[in-house]
Design a protein around this ligand. Structure first.
Ligand code: NDP
Ligand code: 8X3
Length: 260
């Protein structure tokens, strides 16, 4: 079944990790793309490859989701280009640090809240009216297992991902009289640049997060996004949690000696 061929997806945070993998998986199924992130040069390279390999239309726009004026400018550009998306994948996000609240850094809290919650809201607020007008559509918000279970030092990141989960639920209710579906995809530990960003470039520290057991790969998450977008029109998947087999929750996992 391919319900996404010829449709168009807007992906935030498409320059790396889960967003980049989603762009590849959707393009390989014939879906046109609007790719956004702050690092335009990464988007350019990705877009060129996807156009060549899959013959799909790929537009790129540099975007910092924290800046509502930039989101509104993106909306104007997309209106002018008449490329209203059918799918919105709110993926841009990050964690910064693992400090306890008592020693936390305000700039890290601001960055997480502004990106993971306010950025998601800005983009959704901008594009939802157009998607409703267009007819059927689907919003996928990338949550996390951190939105189901807190862990020491997770505090503000946990709060943003619990928030993404609550917002997904709330959006779904608000949209009951429309043909827009809302899903929250919540991955467990997935090897991307996430930990490198969290530990501000400390590669050794980042690598330890992924060395204990076989983690998810970004493509695993992209594949479930594809599955959700491909469900028949009358089917909705409000939440989908995806974990590495070796990780049963934030605390319980099987050590690497059994790496598969
Ligand atoms: P990466 O660091 O590999 O990718 C993050 C993406 O978000 C990048 O493309 C980055 O692009 C973009 N981004 C970050 N800040 C902004 C911003 N202000 N404006 C626009 N784009 C931004 O991490 P992941 O792929 O792992 O993360 C993707 C999502 O998945 C996040 O929401 C994360 O919380 C979630 N997640 C990750 C898990 C994991 O274990 N990896 C598990 C569960 C959820 P650029 O820097 O170019 O702007
Ligand atoms: C990322 C997963 O466990 O590092 O959302 O918070 S975790």
């Amino acid at each position: 079944m391919n319900n996404i061929k010829g449709k168009r997806a807007l992906i935030t945070g498409a320059s790396a990790g889960i967003g980049e993998a989603s762009a590849k998986v959707l393009a390989s199924n014939g879906c046109d793309l609007i790719l956004t992130a702050r690092r335009e040069e990464k988007l350019e390279i990705l877009a060129r490859k996807l156009r060549e390999k899959y013959n799909v239309k790929v537009d790129i726009y540099p975007l910092d989701v924290r800046i509502n004026e930039s989101v509104e400018q993106l909306l104007e550009n997309i209106k002018a280009a008449k490329t209203v998306p059918d799918f919105l994948i709110n993926n841009a996000g990050l964690a910064l640090g693992l400090e306890g609240v008592q020693e936390g850094f305000i700039y890290k809290w601001d960055a997480m809240i502004d990106t993971n919650l306010k950025g998601l809201l800005y983009v959704t607020r901008a594009f939802l009216p157009l998607m409703i007008k267009k007819g059927e559509g689907h919003i996928i918000n990338i949550g996390s297992t951190a939105g189901w279970q807190t862990y020491p030092g997770g505090n503000v990141y946990n709060a943003t991902k619990f928030g993404v989960r609550a917002l997904s639920d709330a959006m779904s209710l608000d949209l009951v009289d429309t043909d827009i579906k809302v899903s929250c995809v919540a991955p467990g530990n997935c090897e991307t640049d996430f930990s490198l960003v969290r530990f501000e470039g400390d590669k050794d520290k980042a690598d330890t997060v992924y060395s204990k057991y076989k983690t998810l790969e970004a493509k695993d998450v992209a594949d479930v996004i594809l599955y959700i977008l491909n469900t028949p029109s009358h089917v909705n998947i409000p939440y989908l949690r995806i974990m590495p087999k070796a990780q049963r929750n934030v605390y319980i996992f099987k050590e690497k000696s059994h790496k598969n």
